[in-house]
Ligand binder design. Structure first.
Ligand code: ADP
Length: 542
C-alpha cells in the first residue's frame, strides 16, 4: 500500500472518532442546559408560592431538595465545561496542529520528542521486519545496524529495505547477495545497501620490461578495452615497452598560521634547513615502519605557511601514512613554535584529488615514464595508419591543442580512460584519477623516419597494493592477475611501483590505439560498432 493511501485512511479514521465524540458532548450539554433551566424555573415558582402563602423558605419538600441538588449539579457541570473549555482553547489549537503535522498536512512547527531508542539486547532478538520498521520510524539509527545486529550482511539487507520504504523508490537491480559486507566494515564504505556491478574486461598481453601482463579494466565504456587491447598487440609485436619509475613519494601539506609573515618564514627556514632534517624525519617516520620522509618544501602566502612533506610509503598508496607522519611533526614543532596555529592537516598544496600544477611539476605518488618503438609495418598493419600521420596528429592535438585549451597535465588523448578502468578494477581510489591521469604523450619518427617512438610521462600515479579497496575480494583478484597482490615480501614498495608501470604501459597502449584510430579516421566507425547496443555478437566480433 502506498504511503499516501495509508495517510488518507488514518485521516478518515481520526475524523470519524472526532465526529462521534463531538455528538456525545453536544447531547450531554443539551441535557444539562435543559436540567438547569427547568429546575431553576421550578424552584422560582416554588419560591413565589411560599412567599404568597407565608410558608418559611427553609422548609423544603423532597421534590424541592431534588430540584436544588439538580440545579447545583448542572451549574457545576456547565461552569466546569465552558470555563475550562475557554482556558484550554489554545491547547486544543496546538493539539490540532500537532495532529495535522504528524499526518503530513502541515509543515512541522512544534518540536517533537524523538522516538524511544530500542536497546541493543532487544534489537538482536527482533525479526527483520520489526527492525526495518524501527529504522523507518527512527527508533534504530540506520548507521548503527551493523553494531546492533552484529551481522553486516543482515544489516545491509535491512537498510536496503528501509531505504526503499522511506524513499518510496525501488532498489530492484541493485544486488545484495554475493558480497562480503564484513570486508568493508570500518574501512571501505559505511551504511551499505548493496553493490554496483561494473564489468571487468582484459587487455593484453602487455609486454612491459620483459614481463607479460593481462590487464584488468573495469568499465562500461564500449570500445575502451578493445582499443587498449589493440595497442597492447602493437607494442607486443614491436618487441615490448619499457618503463622507469623516476620518483616515488606521497605528499601531504598542512597549512599553519602565525601572527606575522616574518615568524612564518622562520619556520620555513627551519624546515628547509638540512641540519634539521634528521630530527624531523626521525619524528615523521614513527608513523609507520614503511613511512620514510624524503623532503619538505615550504611556501608562503602572507603569514600562512604551506609545507609539502614527501615520503615513501612502501606498497601502500600512502595517504594515511603520510598524514600520521605530518601530525607527528606538527606536534613536535609546537615546542619550538608554540605560536604556530595549525589551520588544517591538509592545506591543498599536497595536492590530493584536484588538478594542480604542483603535482604536474613536482610529482605525487609514482612518477613514471614509459616508452616503446613501434615498427613501421606494425603501424600500417595493426594500427592501420602511418608514422607520419601519428606524429603530426600528436603535435597538433596532444601538444598544441591542449596548450590552446590551457590544459594542466592533459597533454594526451585519453589517459584518464585507462587509469580509471584499472583503478576501479584494482581497488585504487578512483577520485585520484584527477592527478593520476596527468600525462604527456610524445611521438617521434625514428630509425630514419620509418618507425614510431612513443612515450607517456606521468608524474603523479597514486597507487597501492595494500590498504583501502585493494584488499576486497574482486579487486584483490585483479591485482593477483597482474602478480602484484599485497605487500612485496622482498622489497617493500616493489609491488606498488610495478603496478604504476603497468598503468603507464596500459596508457601507452591506449594512446597508441586511439591516436591511430583518429589518424585513420576510424574513431566514429569503431564507436558505432561497439557503443551501439548490438545484440548480434558475431557482428561485433567480425
Ligand atoms: P594508505 O596509507 O594508503 O591509506 P593504509 O594505511 O590503509 O594505506 O594501509 C597501509 C597499512 O598496510 C599500514 O598499516 C602498513 O603498516 C601496512 N603494510 C603492510 N605491508 C606494507 C607494505 N609493504 N607497504 C606499506 N604498507 C604496508
Amino acid at each position: 500500500m502506498g504511503v499516501q493511501q495509508k495517510i488518507s485512511k488514518n485521516e478518515k479514521k481520526n475524523q470519524k472518532k472526532q465526529e462521534d465524540s463531538q455528538s456525545i458532548l453536544y447531547l450531554t450539554n443539551v441535557v444539562f442546559f435543559g436540567l438547569f433551566f427547568s429546575v431553576a424555573y421550578f424552584l422560582l415558582n416554588r419560591w413565589r408560592e411560599k412567599i404568597r402563602t407565608s410558608t418559611p423558605l427553609h422548609v423544603l419538600t423532597i421534590s424541592e431538595i431534588l430540584a436544588l441538588v439538580s440545579l447545583i449539579a448542572s451549574f457545576v457541570y456547565l461552569i466546569t465545561f465552558f470555563g475550562i473549555a475557554f482556558i484550554l482553547h489554545y491547547d486544543e489549537e496546538e493539539e490540532d496542529i500537532a495532529a495535522k503535522t504528524t499526518q503530513g498536512v502541515l509543515p512541522k512547527k512544534l518540536p517533537t520528542l524523538p522516538p524511544p531508542k530500542i536497546s541493543d539486547q532487544k534489537v538482536m532478538s527482533m525479526e527483520d521486519e520489526e527492525v526495518v520498521s524501527a529504522v523507518v520510524s527512527g527508533s534504530i539509527p540506520s548507521y548503527s545496524l551493523e553494531s546492533k545486529l552484529g551481522d553486516c550482511r543482515r544489516a545491509a539487507n535491512i537498510r536496503n529495505q528501509a531505504v526503499e520504504r522511506v524513499t518510496g523508490r525501488s532498489l530492484e537491480g541493485l544486488p545484495m547477495e554475493g558480497f562480503d559486507y564484513d570486508s568493508i566494515l570500518g574501512q571501505c564504505c559505511e551504511m551499505p545497501i548493496g553493490f554496483v556491478q561494473i564489468p571487468v574486461g582484459v587487455a593484453g598481453p602487455l609486454l612491459l620490461d620483459g614481463n607479460e601482463y593481462t590487464v584488468p579494466m573495469a568499465t562500461t565504456e564500449g570500445c575502451l578495452v578493445a582499443s587498449t587491447n589493440r595497442g597492447c598487440k602493437a607494442i607486443y609485436v614491436s618487441g615490448g615497452a619499457s618503463a622507469v619509475v623516476l620518483r616515488d613519494g606521497m605528499t601531504r601539506a598542512p597549512v599553519v598560521r602565525f601572527n606575522s609573515a616574518k615568524r612564518a618564514s622562520q619556520l620555513k627556514f627551519f624546515l628547509e634547513d638540512p641540519q634539521n632534517f634528521d630530527s624531523l624525519s626521525h619524528t615523521f617516520n614513527k608513523s609507520s615502519r614503511f613511512a620514510r620522509l624524503q623532503s619538505i618544501k615550504a611556501t608562503m602566502a602572507g603569514k600562512n605557511l604551506y609545507t609539502r612533506f614527501t615520503c615513501s610509503t612502501g606498497d601502500a598508496m600512502g595517504m594515511n601514512m603520510v598524514s600520521k607522519g605530518v601530525q607527528n611533526v606538527l606536534d613536535f614543532l609546537q615546542t619550538d613554535f608554540p605560536d604556530m596555529d595549525v589551520i588544517g592537516i591538509s592545506g591543498n598544496f599536497c595536492s590530493d584529488k584536484k588538478a594542480a600544477a604542483v603535482n604536474w611539476i613536482e610529482g605525487r605518488g609514482k612518477s613514471v615514464v614509459c616508452e616503446a618503438v613501434i615498427k613501421e609495418d606494425v603501424v600500417k598493419k595493426v594500427l592501420k595508419t602511418s608514422v607520419e600521420s601519428l606524429v603530426e596528429l600528436n603535435m597538433l592535438k596532444n601538444l598544441t591543442g591542449s596548450a590552446m585549451a590551457g590544459a594542466l597535465g592533459g597533454f594526451n588523448a585519453h589517459a584518464s580512460n585507462i587509469v580509471s578502468a584499472i583503478y576501479l578494477a584494482t581497488g585504487q581510489d578512483p577520485a585520484q584519477n584527477v592527478e593520476s591521469s596527468h600525462c604527456m604523450t610524445m611521438m617521434e619518427a625514428v630509425n630514419d623516419g620509418k618507425d614510431l617512438h612513443i612515450s607517456v610521462t606521468m608524474p603523479s600515479i597514486e597507487v597501492g597494493t595494500v590498504g583501502g579497496g585493494t584488499q576486497l575480494a574482486s579487486q584483490s583478484a585483479c591485482l593477483n592477475l597482474l602478480g602484484v597482490k599485497g605487500a612485496s615480501k622482498e622489497t617493500p614498495g616493489a609491488n606498488s611501483r610495478q603496478l604504476a608501470t603497468i598503468v603507464a604501459g596500459s596508457v601507452l597502449a591506449g594512446e597508441l590505439s586511439l591516436m591511430s584510430a583518429i589518424a585513420a579516421g576510424q574513431l566514429i566507425k569503431s564507436h558505432m560498432k561497439y557503443n551501439r547496443s548490438n545484440k548480434d555478437v558475431t557482428k561485433v566480433a567480425s
